[in-house]
Design a binder for this molecule. Sequence first.
Ligand code: GLN
Length: 224
Amino acid sequence: MRTSDAKTSGEVHFPHPSGALVIEIGLVMLQGSRQAHVKAIESAAEKAGANVNIREVRTPGDLLEPKLHAIILPGGESTTMRKVGGEAGTRVLGEIFKMLRERPDLPVLATCAGTILLADPQDEGPPIIKAAVDRNAWGRQIDSFLASVSILGEGEQTQCAFIRAPKFTEVPPGLTIASIEGETVGVRERNVIALTFHPELSRTTVFHEMLLEAVAANNDQVNA
Ligand code: GLN
């Protein structure tokens, strides 16, 4: 089980406090529970002793300098998100997909509609994750629910919100990191953490911590 001891025993290596790596996190501002992600990432950063700068990503220009170390793709309504960020909108989505294909090690946290976009980018390029999802497969908005999620490496289950959530229809072996009653609700492919629910609306910050750990691991490789 992940404990705070594990964190202080050198599991995560963030240069800190000064001359430190400032982790640039792009928070995609298309729709959805963005402020909750800010709170979750800030509390994950505090636990890990990491310095983070959260950059709101609205347009392709927001993806440029300084180079992003990680991206959060919140939920919302994927059809609306495609309109707002697509070719007829800001075009930011296409640029995000391009960046994720060019930088396959980039840590990403996608929740709900964010996961739908990664599984089915609809931009003529390949999917960003191999796991496939079916939109709204749990039912309509009224069928949204709270469920106890088992998280890989965590002893206790965590109550999480499933809001008009998608379902994974195909999950390559070994990728499941979260499940309810044996059904996969979260995967990790490389450094892409893709969930069908909203951990940012629950008490757990474990997925945001995972994102920061992936950044730290990338950084260690660069400095090795
Ligand atoms: N039902 C939404 C969609 O299809 C996803 C819902 C969510 O992100 N909470 O895009």
